[in-house]
Design a protein around this ligand. Sequence first.
Ligand code: ZN
Length: 472
Amino acid sequence: MNSLKLFNSLGRCLQEFEPLEPGHIRLYTCGPTVYDRIHIGNLRTFVFEDLLRRTLRFFGYRVTQAMNLTDVEDKIIAAALEADVDIGTFTAPHVASFFDDLTTLRIERVEHYPRATEHVAEMIAMIERLLTAGYAYCADDCVFFRIGADEDYGRLSGIDLDQVRRGERVRSDEYDKEDARDFVLWKGAKEGEPAWPSPWGPGRPGWHIECSAMSQKYLGKTFDIHCGGVDNLFPHHENEIAQSESANCCPLARYWLHSEHLTVDGEKMSKSLGNCYTLGDLLDRGLSARSIRYLLASVHYRQQLDFTFDKLAAADRALKRIDDMRFRLAHEVEKEIDPGPLDRAAGRFENAFATALADDLNTAGALGAVFTFVHTVNGFIDQGLPPGGRTRVHAALDRADQVLAVLDTGDWAGAAESGGGLSDVEIDALVAARSEARATRDFAAADRIRDQLSEAGVVVEDAPGGSRWKRG
Ligand SMILES: [Zn+2]
């Protein structure tokens, strides 16, 4: 097995990965705030986390993963009040659209999706432990974390706390905090807001405490990997560490992985620039979910990804090269020649692919290995395919696709649905009917069927062994 190396934000270096429990990895990923439909910046992070999960499984590990759903926070409360509905009614469609987007982009379901509103008791218990240990204090009707009591604070982000103190001073005026840097664990409810009973009066948990409480519940006090977008590194992840490690007196996570920002046409995404795309926006423009997943996977997670429509078109072309090779492969007749060279080429590909992934999830390198292999296989097809060659190539590609999940399975959303909604079986039947028409010299009927297939984006090629088809 390749030894897996990951870049640990904690200590900022590449480290050989060792799970706490042999063969089993416990992974926590900060999930969405279900306030509106997530945008492609969020999706970049979720695709990265999916690639990580699939890579861990590719290397033979069992994975237990939890991703929280933040279904109570200030914006949600304000919007629900405005719409005159309870927060559960307000968030339900956003929870549904989140799972739809995961499905559309072939992001695997994880083991646990805990919701903040269903874990308030666990959060209260952790806040009580922090109060008892002197890491928290009550002020007004809130509870705050006392950063000054945590000597380690800032070790993940390397943040200069003096700068935070200056920057936060103004904002802190609204609270009666001991120190401007302290952050809220529990917020007292204002009139009309949703609230849970607590030892400090009715209120709701702060955002940071939910990840600390829920990761502990589903993964234990110390687990292997904690992931998120780089924008969550400070203060969110720093605060999670402060809470969990002060309450539990042991490390929270051993490896911290962060994916970089996504920009659009070189600019930060923002509502005012109109470039804050959701997956729905892109599919409505006729773009394919498959190309979107490919583009998000094609840039290493620690590099900024600049999303452009040109790059999506390039992703389409790249995928077509794979499709064309698989099409040729499917229709090539195997010849009685030595299978050794093709088998060795497939082995080299498998090796290069795994080596790239083991190097801190180098997905760009892994895709590079795929295209080298595609080129090589095309060469073999030109020269003649040995017995078992088709099966060998498919097996190697299918194994790679357990991680990448970009191969054409005929049911991708968006532009890739070329085929006009026709299933493979329906296309096969039409192609057979056309061959039949040609055999009986009914060329008018044959042409009609050909036009019908062509309208559906299916190209038919007549070869000596019979007609074959592909989606255009
Ligand atoms: Zn979190």
